[in-house]
Design a protein around this ligand. Structure first.
Ligand code: UD1
Length: 429
């Protein structure tokens, strides 16, 4: 027996949902707790599979961990391990980011290379080059990164060839526990970088310029505990706004700073939606059929690659021909064949996808092949005529807390089912 999500589409979504804590801020922040022997308390931590995997990882390194579904408490009095095996890194790709805290605090680390995945090759050369410049001795053997810094890391001036989010997280973490001044040029500017920097500043580091291209880190020989609240999840929030848009409804997402969306909100306006922003909320109202747009993904503040798949779902119903260029991941198109099963007309050439808007989608059984592909087919199902089944929903569970409950609150018809027809459960709505 396996779980799938049943969706009966065709009803405009109306109402308000609250964004959960940002998964992609929570993961580096939880890993940063390894930089101190004191207790860190983090609230608004989303209850997702990725969170559980990350907490498990911290326990593996000696963390005393508790989590009540919202607040995580972590205290790693002593690092009890320096190795992250392939099974850990494979289960949670971002586990690779423990390399920096282990190296900065424990002066040695062995972390399996994450390798590629369904969406692309995903190398880690920028991470390793930066740590090497900070004095780490790094070698690769049998798919494992061996890193040591016997005399500790040293501050450096680092210039990233691409604003990698993960490399920026790693190098800011490493520099925070390295006495002296490290300069990071070409840093990623995503809101999650600012969130990590604020957290580290709360631990006693002095980081200036996070959110810009150049970040200056005055590291300390010791960091302390901190109490912190996670920012809202802009990708989850963007997905719910698109769910409102694709169904011709009106959706407000609260608990999110509109500035976190970068260019995404102006793309929604260009698609003919009315977008209004509060201090910590965004409302999107449909004004007739969506319009086609030509957009490309890119580092923040450009369109987030993580919103490419749900945006494409919405564009399948837009009037006219849209294009999306995916500049971040060469293979992030797993949703295309599934959207086509629902009646979408989409062609891929290299990294450019052309979407010819159709009048309607029809419900179908589809696979959610990765976290955002699953979100894309789920919101397409909400707009489609009839019944859809989203299989492999464990991908969706990695990034969307209480999905059925939140969509149900907006009037969507979504249930978690198991494949045995005589034995199903309703979840939410
Ligand atoms: C993070 C996010 C992910 C998002 C991505 C881009 C988390 C847990 N994951 O992933 O959801 O899609 O940012 O916004 O926060 N690259 C290199 N060498 C490197 C590192 C990266 O070539 O050393 C390339 C990658 O192959 C990719 C691009 O840079 O093509 C972006 O990667 P990066 O920004 O590092 O993404 P992640 O941090 O892995």
């Amino acid at each position: 027996m396996s779980e799938f999500i049943e969706i009966v589409g065709g009803k405009p979504l109306h109402g308000t949902v609250v964004a959960g804590g940002a998964k992609n801020a929570g993961l580096p922040i939880l890993m940063a707790t390894l930089l101190t022997a004191e207790e860190c308390v983090i609230s608004n931590v989303p209850n997702l599979t990725d969170t559980s995997l990350c907490l498990h990882l911290l326990e593996h390194f000696g963390g005393e961990v508790s989590y009540d579904g919202n607040t995580a408490r972590v205290q790693t009095k002593k690092l009890l391990a320096t190795e992250a095996s392939y099974s850990l890194v494979k289960a949670l790709r971002a586990s690779f980011w423990v390399l920096a805290p282990l190296l900065a605090r424990g002066r040695a680390a062995r972390v399996a290379l994450p390798g590629g995945d369904l969406i692309g090759a995903r190398p880690v050369d920028i991470h390793l080059e930066g740590l090497t410049k900070m004095g780490a001795d790094i070698s690769l053997k049998h798919g494992v990164v061996y890193a040591t810094a016997v005399d500790g890391l040293r501050p450096a001036v680092l210039d990233l060839r691409f604003p990698s989010v993960g490399a920026t997280h790693q190098l800011i973490m490493a520099a925070s526990l390295t006495p002296g001044r490290t300069i990071l040029k070409g840093a990623a500017r995503e809101p999650e970088i600012i969130a990590l920097a604020n957290f580290l500043n709360g631990m006693g580091a002095d980081i200036q310029g996070a959110g810009g291209n150049i970040v200056e880190i005055h590291g300390r020989s010791e960091l302390g505990g901190v109490t912190s609240n996670l920012i809202g999840d802009r990708i989850e929030a963007g997905t719910y706004l698109l769910a409102g848009a694709i169904t011709g409804g009106r959706v407000t997402v609260e608990g999110i700073d509109p500035l976190y969306f970068g260019s995404f909100l102006s793309i929604l306006s260009e698609m003919g939606l009315e977008v209004s922003c509060g201090d910590q909320s965004v409302t999107v109202t449909s004004k007739g059929r969506l319009k086609a747009v030509n957009v490309k993904t890119g580092p923040f503040p450009e369109l987030a690659t993580d919103l490419q798949a749900p945006l494409m779902a919405a564009l399948t119903l837009a009037e006219g021909t849209s294009t999306i260029e995916e500049t971040i991941y060469e293979g992030r198109f797993g949703h295309v064949s599934e959207l086509a099963r629902m009646g979408a007309s989409i062609q891929i050439q290299d990294r450019i996808v052309t979407i010819n808007g159709v009048e309607k989608l029809t419900g179908a059984p589809v696979d959610g092949l990765d976290i955002r592909a699953a979100a894309a087919v789920a919101i397409a199902g909400l707009a489609a005529e009839g019944r859809s089944e989203v299989h492999e929903p464990h991908h969706l569970r990695r990034g969307y807390e209480h999905f059925e409950r939140k969509i149900g609150a907006l009037g969507g018809q979504v249930w978690s089912r198991i494949s045995d027809p005589d034995d199903f459960i309703f979840a939410g709505c």
